[in-house]
Write a new protein. Structure first.
Length: 268
């Protein structure tokens, strides 16, 4: 099921997306409004609205976004980093937070911050947590996942390189586009991830190239902290990150999910 969060006539609701997004598919996508919230038992109301009549919102409003750095070897290498220590052993995952205020939805603008001269895109698969969990054993990881969506870990690269903490470089307002919806029925182990800027391909990778699997990441994260329903995990980006400029349209497409598109504007 594809679950979207949207607004219509001043009201916010969740809905199940019906229809095909495949090229050449006929008919308009519609939303069957959900009774309740997707983090508990819910029913479809049978009340349907065309997708074109609503504004899609971020599919969740997370309490926290836990992001993973250097989870694709080629991306680590392109920035001059390594994923192993001096003895050749895999390094522990790099984790950092993006605040809830960094989250925007499909079609929302990304404001170019005044404190950077090098804004960059990072296309990522995002995991949406479906229930409160802590110290999750590997065999129970699937039980705590609601589904998956597209993400863009927008980064002020010069600030990231200059400052020891990544909070400003990756946590500014608009730095975490999510969407367009959550896909609940998906095998995330080998999906194509693509990023385009103004229609030009910049990134192309597969989730099978992750250094650490989604199971590894959730076990690692929940050893330290409780995850809440709606929390989001960003799983890292493949190689090909590059600059964004005011006026650019950046799109993240993940196989089996859809496309998340945002435009970069001057931050007022």
């Amino acid at each position: 099921m594809r679950i979207a969060r949207f607004s219509i006539d001043g009201n916010v609701a969740f809905g199940a997306v019906e229809g095909s997004t495949a090229p050449g598919a006929e008919g308009e996508l519609v939303l069957d409004i959900i009774k309740g919230i997707p983090f508990a038992d819910f029913e479809l109301s049978g009340t349907k609205v065309p997708l074109s009549k609503v504004r899609l919102l971020p599919p969740v409003l997370p309490n926290k976004v836990v992001a993973i750095g250097r989870n694709y070897a080629e991306h680590a290498a392109e920035l001059g980093n390594t994923i192993v220590d001096s003895e050749g052993r895999p390094q522990a995952p790099i984790t950092f937070f993006k605040p809830s205020t960094s989250v925007v939805g499909p079609g929302d603008p990304i404001g170019y911050p005044s404190f950077t001269q090098d804004l960059q895109h990072e296309a990522e698969l995002a995991v949406v947590i479906g229930r409160m969990c802590r110290e999750v054993p590997r065999e129970r990881v699937k039980d705590v996942i609601l589904g998956y969506t597209c993400a863009n870990d927008v980064t002020a690269r010069d600030v990231q390189q200059r400052e020891k903490q990544w909070a400003r470089a990756k946590g500014f307002d608009g730095a975490c586009p999510l969407g367009p919806w959550i896909e609940t029925d998906l095998d995330p182990s080998d999906l194509t991830i693509q990023c385009t800027v103004n229609g030009e391909q910049r990134q192309l990778g597969r989730t099978s190239d992750m250094v650490r699997s989604i199971e590894d990441l959730i076990v690692h994260i929940t050893e330290a902290m409780t995850l809440l329903p709606g929390d989001v995990i960003l799983t890292g980006t493949p190689a090909g990150v590059g600059p964004l400029n005011v006026g650019d349209e950046v799109a993240v497409t993940i196989e089996g999910i859809g496309t998340l598109t945002n435009k970069v504007i001057k931050r007022g």
